[in-house]
Write a protein that binds this ligand. Structure first.
Ligand SMILES: [Cu+2]
Length: 347
């Protein structure tokens, strides 16, 4: 959370953004839904033309190509690993994950020195089917010791906890984590090195999806949303918040969905420094499956909250075309980047 003074201190970022507004990056229109990965600059033309769409909130996202993060691409990017068949008939999935330090421009003029898995914030969304054998070849190419701690059921030595098994993986060292995919659900992985908060908050986290052995009822559109924050001044709070790594991105590039289609969202909260995050949808309700470990929803609502590490599945259909906001129902988070639109195309 920001104190009032800290909130004011963050304002120059938006002044920079406003100053850029006149330079006219007009590669895309507001709400075009393009990922604009190759573009540079800020999404200022979109912001300038869609300030009404921002509903009076300050904002403005850095274009993905300049930021080094493309939340739209991350939405539907499920990494199923390299697969092969084991003698016992099971599927083996193998991933190569490298911890690398990398800078991102998360807001206009604001560089965030990230620690990443595979150069991404959030890291790759690893997808497996219940019962698969999983092998994660982890190499630490960063400047600090790290681990990969998976949520799931596995042996102590594979837990990615310092002091247990291989424990901390020093810079330049590698370790292979091996365990089976269980239980099914929407999970996560993250670094577990001390001090824990910065090791996570610097960007070392990602989604870990285990599909039930028999599958779920098919969805028309499936995506992952990782809710995070950025502590840019080294204090004990966050100055920015986002879904899939880039504040305000989905204001300028709404999530494109189809009217009546079943949309399944794996929603994961990795936020540090603030105790609770939330997700709220406008003009609609959704079914919620906490942790994704049951096939029947526990709630029909338009708002849920998650503490750190908590996650679940949101399922909904949009009955009407148009643009619908989604955002943290904590207004402060929303105004510091955690807000966006779904743009529903007519069926
Ligand atoms: Cu770490």
């Amino acid at each position: 959370m920001l104190s009032g003074a800290a909130a004011l201190a963050a304002v120059p970022a938006f002044s920079t953004f406003q100053a850029h507004a006149s330079s006219g990056h007009d590669q895309h229109g507001g709400g075009s839904g393009n990922t604009a990965s190759g573009n540079t600059g800020t999404a200022t033309s979109a912001a300038a033309t869609s300030h009404a769409g921002h509903a009076g909130f300050a904002g403005g996202s850095v274009l993905p190509g300049r930021a080094g993060i493309d939340p739209t691409a991350i939405l539907r990017d499920f990494d199923r690993g390299k697969t092969s068949l084991l003698p016992d008939g099971r599927t083996l999935r193998v991933w190569d994950i490298v911890a690398v330090d990398k800078d991102f421009e998360i807001a206009p003029g604001i560089t965030f020195p990230g620690w990443t898995y595979n150069g991404r914030i959030p890291g790759p969304t690893l997808w497996a089917r219940e019962g698969d054998a999983l092998r994660i070849n982890f190499t630490n190419a960063g400047a600090h010791p790290h681990t990969m701690h998976f949520h799931g059921i596995h042996t102590a030595g594979m837990d990615g906890t310092p002091g247990i098994g291989a424990g901390s993986i020093a810079p330049g060292q590698s370790f292979t984590y091996e365990f089976d995919a269980t239980p099914f659900g929407t999970h996560l992985y993250h670094c577990h090195q001390s001090p824990l908060a910065p090791h996570i908050a610097k960007g070392l986290y990602g989604g870990f999806i285990i599909e039930p052995r028999e599958g779920r009822p098919p969805a028309d559109d499936e995506m992952v949303m990782v809710m995070n924050g950025y502590n840019t001044d080294g204090g004990d709070d966050n100055e920015f918040y986002s879904v899939n790594g880039l504040p305000f991105h989905f204001m300028d590039f709404p999530v494109q969905v189809k009217q009546h289609a079943l949309v399944r969202i794996h929603l994961i909260n990795v936020l540090e420094y603030d105790p609770i995050n939330s997700f709220h949808i406008h003009g609609n309700f959704f079914h919620y499956y906490p942790t994704g470990t049951m096939l029947t929803p526990s709630e029909y609502t338009d708002t849920i909250s998650q503490v750190q590490g908590q996650r679940g599945i949101v399922e909904l259909r949009f009955p009407f075309p148009g643009k619908y906001m989604f955002h943290a129902h904590k207004t402060e988070f929303a105004e510091l980047g955690w807000m966006g639109f779904f743009e529903v195309g007519a069926a």
